[in-house]
Design a protein around this ligand. Sequence first.
Ligand SMILES: [Zn+2]
Length: 295
Amino acid sequence: MVNDMRFQPALSQVDSLLHASLIPLLDDNFEGFIEQRKVQQLLLTHHLTIDKLMLALLPIATSFSQPRISGFEVGAIALCDEGNLYMGANLELAQLPLNHSVHAEQSAISHAWLRGAKKLVKIAINYSPCGHCRQFINETFEGAETLIILPKREIAPLKQYLPYGFSPKDLGKTEQLLNSKAVDLHYDSEDPLVISAIDAANNSYAPYSGNYAGVALEMVDQRIFTGRVAENAAYNPSLMPMHVALSALNRSGYDCGDIQRAVLVESSDGKLSLANNSLDALHSVTEIELEHLVL
Ligand SMILES: [Zn+2]
């Protein structure tokens, strides 16, 4: 029996030989992150390859899914070059158009990005990645080489799933998602939530619009969740900062009803604004107002 009942149904779908190792991991603090040291322990203890382990853990990642519209649960696990595993799951926002959806792959990759990962090596998913996600993965540093791991299918690099792919290079960009330089938006504030939102904006990825943007959400217990915009060469698969933050909040097991403040920071140099998009997403889960700073 796990401490956190969120994971009990998922654990029943994982090979029982892994239960003794996973039960201590799946406590109240588990947010879908397994650091390299623990990954290595799991591999050694259970004589597994990393690919087999990632597939075996997919039910845990899928347990974070919130498909409020489709009811279709998708989980993804990203392995980055430092050896950590980052889980993600799809998130759909009630009452909003379908383009407000976060796909499982986007959730896992943004999870890795928020924790400082620089290079995606492999990603395991319980369903074949949609075209939108193939394009999203192609935006990451050396993304065409990312290995795609699916149940009952040969492992293959993204370039096999996305032949003749369109990439940032086609638009003359040399930076890529997970590997971009921070910008330097400034504002004098001692408010931890505003400082967190500025930091998120400074580490966001907006090579196409120049609209560097970050969101910070404060919970009733003062925990802060942040999100950054992750633009895409094909524009439409871009991931919005409020959606990145809500996805992180969702993985943590917090309730959106416990958000007490929300801040959006964006660059004044951008060719667009994310204010309406952020407000719509926020208001699908809570009635609180959005504080908006343009720097
Ligand atoms: Zn997708």
